[in-house]
Design a protein around this ligand. Structure first.
Ligand code: NAP
Length: 307
């Protein structure tokens, strides 16, 4: 299988290393911006795009890779369910993929696994349920500077609030996509979504791999999204991310509670953001190549597997 990686950052570097260790996979890249045509136009079996989080920014790259006859996996969080962001653009690229006989998938750990695929898997073990409560406590210390700043690391309280207002501080991106993927699979229509985000201001300086946090700046944040169905919270998602979880008395943890049933899935330690995401994408090559054409979500596919 021929795989081309576009995005010269942390994520594609890890995926390339995983794939190079596998038999039967020919890896090209990771390619940076100056090798865009080589990355997207090679006609590889799969093009992996790990550049940004936003649909409008990856759409031209997805289009060019599809036009060259490649299946596409992108880590852009908004691409996990692009119809949430831009129905017309999602439909256009879905149509193009169908016409060219290839598949597009937005995938990663989150969205793409922790708040959606794993939730759907857990729901397989219950006959009925009332609501979902999914909580992640995530170590953010391994992210690069761009992603860390966009998440909301290293701002004083006023700058954090201003960043949330002007869209430069996003926290984790992808809650609406994960919730829509789960709801769509279950035939549920979400009426509204509510969300909030608060910084976790560090009283002492902190150091992560690529960012330094001064005392009085955000070392992390607490974020909550709620999907409302028939006037009630149907999907309640909590995300606590921090560059030094121990300093706030926490450990990485993932928990899926299916309310109205005894089912509660607890992963301890929680899934690692870097290795987990890279594995999900590396483990998605075969399911994407074998999938029907079009823009799919993880709910349309079998689980990602290492072989
Ligand atoms: N769904 C998930 O679970 C998941 C998992 C991992 C990552 N992600 C997302 O995937 C993206 C990449 O992650 P990362 O950790 O590799 O980030 P990163 O270390 O910041 O690397 C991103 C790379 O892509 C380049 N880039 C940015 N925008 C680009 C564009 N429009 N066209 C071409 N190249 C561009 C950057 O180049 P410059 O430095 O020149 O800007 C950089 O080399 C992030 O948005 C991240 O949030 C999602």
């Amino acid at each position: 299988m021929r795989v081309s990686l576009y995005g010269a950052g942390q994520f594609c570097g890890i995926v390339a290393a995983i794939l190079r260790a596998r038999d039967g996979v020919e890896v090209s890249g990771p390619h940076g911006r100056d090798e865009r045509d080589a990355a997207l136009g090679s006609g590889a079996d799969v093009v992996v795009i790990g550049t940004t989080s936003f649909l409008d920014q990856v759409a031209p790259d997805i289009r060019d890779a599809v036009l060259a006859g490649s299946n596409v996996i992108t880590t852009a969080e908004e691409a996990a369910c692009p119809w949430v962001v831009d129905q017309a653009l999602a439909d256009e690229l879905d149509g193009l993929a169908r016409e060219r006989g290839v598949t597009i998938l937005g995938a990663g750990l989150n969205p793409g696994f922790a708040f959606d695929a794993l939730v759907l898997t857990a729901l397989g073990a219950v006959a009925e349920f009332d609501a979902l409560h999914v909580e992640r406590v995530v170590d953010l210390s391994g992210f690069g500077r761009t992603v860390s700043r966009r998440l909301g690391i290293g701002y004083d309280a006023a700058a954090f609030a201003a960043g949330v207002d002007d869209g430069t501080v996003c926290g984790h991106i992808g809650f609406p996509q994960s919730m829509r993927v789960v709801a769509h699979r279950l035939g549920v229509r979400i009426d509204a979504m509510e969300h909030d985000i608060e910084p976790l201001i560090a009283p002492q300086p902190l150091r992560a791999s690529h960012v330094e946090v001064a005392a009085g700046e955000s070392g992390g944040f607490v974020q909550r999204y709620r999907a409302i169905v028939d006037g009630k919270v149907w999907f309640d998602a909590h995300f606590t991310g921090h560059v030094d979880l121990a300093s706030i008395g926490l450990e990485p943890r993932d928990e899926i509670a299916i309310l109205g049933t005894p089912v509660r899935l607890l992963l301890s330690p929680g899934l690692n953001a870097q290795s987990g995401s890279s594995a999900v994408v590396a483990n998605s090559l075969r399911r994407v190549v074998e999938a029907p054409a079009g823009w799919l979500t993880v709910a349309d596919l079998p689980p990602a597997t290492p072989a």
